[in-house]
Ligand binder design. Structure first.
Ligand SMILES: NC(=O)c1ccc[n+]([C@@H]2O[C@H](COP(=O)([O-])OP(=O)(O)OC[C@H]3O[C@@H](n4cnc5c(N)ncnc54)[C@H](OP(=O)(O)O)[C@@H]3O)[C@@H](O)[C@H]2O)c1
Length: 425
């Protein structure tokens, strides 16, 4: 049973997928019973060296030529970005073709509309590789755990930032130096903004939250903070207090709705996410019946990601041959995204203060005036100035923000050197 496949984009992931389809076709057929026939591939530059070989007449620079080819029943979008990828996916679905994509930016921004279109058209739109690269997480959330009223999903979903934070923590090296090294080693893009600024993780947080809680969360609406202003000194202060700093995607059910956000977070040393090092990714899920689940592994890279894409291609091809939707799409309720102001968090502050009697009392008073209670305080240094490390109890973000603004204005506070959220129980 043959299914015609068209791939749009044959770079890191698309190139690895094309190679698998061409070199491992017999093994795939033996295991799945499917013949996946690579009909056409679109790239920007047809003269570039690739890890696979195709006759020139099967390569094009026009993505729509792949979509419109009558032999292509299943379109794999691996070019990335919102456009023209969005137009390609939409046209393929409207033509009744199944679509597989790894494009988290597109799914997070237009997932609700595109999944509805796929459902209307009775074809699959699958995106396992959009979060966690080679880690199976979309199917577990949308199928295996569909009956569990999940309470929280926490993810280390960006390998670049986890690589940088791990190196800074373990080698005591500053951010700029580690970023340059990550770029040299291929762990960071020449323009790292989407990774280090938290945008990539925010798209993935939106997808995880939508699937976990069945309410559509738009990627662009997820509040995000990145790692680009982190001072290495705070990583060692955090270690001294028993924490490791991770860029976390957080999605949790709260009284105010589903709270979703991305920010650097102090994770207790003994939490399973604390041990996820380097470019690895992990998603930690909590629910009343399943307790705790940890999915971890390679969150990026051509071959691991292409494995996840191939799994989707096999599922979508089975659906095409069955002539019916085998995996019904998740139904999403209107957005229940909680207002960040009402989200309850714990915070860590590093304050540079003058060292004189009564400083601590005036700082404690500011916190108290906003109903933020202090869990612990450490002081380092004496003489001209001192460093205070403060960890608070839980309070709404709005209360924290008001307290922080007043701290910044206090004459005894020279600088709010750092602020991180602290992972609570
Ligand atoms: N890389 C990973 O580890 C990873 C992991 C998970 C998800 N993803 C997602 O997978 C997707 C692909 O990522 P990637 O890393 O493989 O990207 P990539 O290496 O930059 O490859 C992009 C491919 O798209 C082609 N392309 C771009 N614009 C085109 C256009 N207008 N017309 C025709 N072809 C065009 C490029 O052609 P040329 O080769 O000629 O330049 C290239 O082959 C993205 O959505 C990404 O977020 C990637």
């Amino acid at each position: 049973m043959q299914v015609g496949i068209g791939i749009i984009g044959a770079g890191t992931v698309g190139g690895a997928l094309a190679r698998k389809l061409l070199d491992e076709g017999d093994a795939i057929a033996a295991k799945s019973g499917l013949g996946l026939d690579l009909v056409k591939v679109a790239v920007r530059n047809p003269d570039k060296a690739r890890p696979f070989h195709l006759p020139a007449d099967r390569v094009t620079t026009d993505p729509m030529e792949v979509v419109d080819d009558d032999r292509v029943q299943l379109v794999v979008e691996l070019m990335g970005g919102l456009e023209p990828a969005g137009a390609v996916v939409e046209r393929a679905l409207r033509a009744g073709k199944a679509v597989v994509t790894a494009n988290k930016e597109l799914v997070a921004a237009r997932g609700l509309e595109l999944t509805s279109l796929a459902e209307e058209q009775g074809v699959a739109l699958l995106y396992e590789a959009a979060v966690g690269g080679g880690i199976p997480i979309i199917r577990p959330l949308s199928q295996s755990l569909a009956g569990e009223p999940l309470s929280r999903v926490l993810g280390i979903v960006n390998g670049t930032t986890n690589f940088i934070l791990t190196k800074m923590t373990e080698e005591g090296a500053p951010y700029d130096q580690v970023l340059a090294e990550a770029q040299q080693l291929g762990f960071a893009e020449a323009d790292p903004a989407a990774d280090v600024g938290g945008g990539d993780a925010a798209s993935k947080a939106a997808i995880l939250a939508s699937l976990a809680f069945g309410t559509w969360i738009d990627g662009p609406s997820v509040p995000r903070e990145g790692i680009d202003t982190i001072d290495v000194a705070d990583l060692s202060h955090a270690a001294g207090l028993g924490y490791v700093v991770k860029l976390l995607a957080v999605a949790e059910e709260t009284e105010a709705g589903v709270a979703v956000r991305v920010h650097p977070t102090l994770v207790p040393d003994d939490h399973p996410l604390a041990s996820i090092r380097g470019a690895h990714n992990a998603i930690y899920i909590e629910g009343p019946q399943i307790g705790e689940l940890l999915f971890s592994g390679p969150g990026a890279g051509g071959d691991p990601t292409a494995t996840a894409v191939l799994g989707d291609v096999i599922d979508a091809a089975r659906e095409l041959l069955a002539g019916a939707q085998v995996t019904p799409p998740v139904r999403f309720q209107p957005s229940r995204l909680a207002d960040l102001d009402h989200t309850v968090t714990r915070r860590y502050y590093r304050l540079e203060v003058v060292d004189s009697p009564g400083v601590l009392a005036s700082i404690a008073e500011e916190f108290a005036s906003h109903d933020v209670s202090i869990a612990s305080v450490w002081q380092e240094g004496r003489g001209a100035g001192a460093t205070l490390l403060i960890v608070t109890h839980e309070a709404p973000e709005a209360a924290h923000a008001a307290a922080e603004a007043e701290l910044r204005a206090l004459p005894v506070v020279r600088e709010v050197g750092a602020m991180f959220r602290v992972l609570g129980g």
